[in-house]
Design a protein around this ligand. Structure first.
Ligand SMILES: [Zn+2]
Length: 383
């Protein structure tokens, strides 16, 4: 945690929610930083800094400078949270106030294959947003990969220029504050657990069903990352083979055969339909034709639903979540929410299954919202 460069308190102590701060000279008011736990706010101001205190405040810090007493009020609930969704084609920024209301949203194309330019664009977007909102915020970043436990370098990112880079460190240096990074599926699950389809649930399993398959676990509004930082990554587990399977499992890009992802991604559904019918169709078209009464597409979708139920039953048996939230392109197939729970009833090791299957409430925005919520005092990461 870096403190403001000019803030050198001579005395500082915490009392419940209060931070008592004494500065050694008045000059430091030119760049006063006040922090609480790992949250950093700063004001660049002189004697008039009291005017810039947030209107609603519940955390009091006081400092005494040359016998003048200053009260500094902080309120996490009114704090600006900036989320960044770093995707392969676009970088999205969303600024939220403490209640989760959207203040500002911006998008820029991702510099293709250029790591330094990517860091620069994120820095520019954050600074522009803070300038526009006249407030400094926390920054959380959702990435299409994860941080290695060795050297905190990015691994498994399909934006390959990120792999092997210490993105968190580079962004912290660029933006001069602590940054939180999380896998994009974890961000989605967090967003839905805080104020989406999993709101109020103690345990939420979030699933992205798109060109790939990802998963994330949120417990009491905190992302569960795990000792290897792979908690919830079920996409490359082998899918249990059902009696109805007549063809051998497809080979996955990871080198294994029959991974959950190779069955349940959009290309997985397309590939299964092709192998049974010799017809190449995108997953969305298979779903549309099934809804219109096409028998072969209906059968392909039914196989997909049974496989999804089997894969999720394995998660339920271990994690027993209240809510499973689906996001990604295939989450738009409306009938999944009726058929899959019907099928998983045969697979889960319980007489009654109370787990609910729901579509993400925030859709494509869920990732960037979750990135912002990484700095929720009640959420964030849980190792
Ligand atoms: Zn695989």
């Amino acid at each position: 945690m870096s403190r403001g460069p000019c803030c050198k308190p001579v005395a500082c102590r915490k009392r419940d929610s209060e931070l008592l701060l004494r500065l050694d000279n008045e000059a430091q008011l030119n760049n006063l930083a006040v922090w609480r736990q790992d949250i950093l706010l700063s004001w660049s101001t002189t004697a008039a800094f009291a005017d810039q205190i947030p209107a609603s405040a519940d955390c009091v810090a006081s400092c005494v400078v040359d016998h003048f007493s200053f009260n500094i009020l902080l309120n996490n609930k009114s704090m600006l949270r900036i989320g960044i969704d770093l995707g392969g084609t676009k970088i999205e920024l969303l600024a939220l106030d403490g209640q989760g209301n959207e203040l500002l949203r911006r998008r820029r194309p991702t510099p293709q294959g250029e790591y330094q330019a990517t860091v620069a664009v994120i820095g520019e977007m954050v600074e522009a947003a803070e300038s526009e909102l006249a407030q400094r915020g926390s920054v959380g970043v959702g990435i299409p990969g994860s941080e290695s436990t060795v050297g905190q370098r990015i691994k498994n990112a399909n934006s390959t220029c990120l792999n092997g880079r210490n993105l968190r460190l580079d962004l912290e240096q660029r933006l001069q504050r602590s940054i939180r990074l999380a896998n994009d599926a974890n961000c989605m699950a967090l967003s839905e657990a805080v104020d989406g389809a999993g709101q109020g649930a103690e345990v939420v399993f979030g699933v992205i069903l798109g060109t790939g398959v990802g998963g994330g676990i949120v417990v009491r509004q905190r992302v569960l990352t795990g000792i290897n930082r792979i908690a919830g990554e079920w996409g490359h587990n082998p899918l249990p083979r059902g009696d109805e399977e007549i063809l051998p499992p497809a080979r996955c890009y990871c080198g294994r055969h029959g991974c959950v992802e190779s069955w349940l991604s959009g290309p997985g559904l397309s590939g299964d339909h092709w192998r049974h019918n010799g017809e190449t169709l995108p997953a969305t078209v298979i779903a549309e034709r099934a809804a219109a009464g096409d028998a072969s597409c209906d059968q392909s979708l039914r196989r997909y639903e049974r496989r999804l139920a089997k894969a999720l039953a394995g998660v339920i048996n271990i994690l027993d979540p209240q809510v499973i939230v689906l996001a990604g392109g295939l989450s738009n197939i409306a009938r999944l929410y009726q058929t899959v729970p019907r099928y998983w009833a045969d697979e889960v090791f319980s007489d009654v299954v109370h787990t609910r299957l729901r579509q993400s409430a925030h859709g494509d925005s869920s990732g960037v919202r979750g990135a912002a919520w990484l700095w929720n005092e009640d959420s964030g990461t849980k190792e």
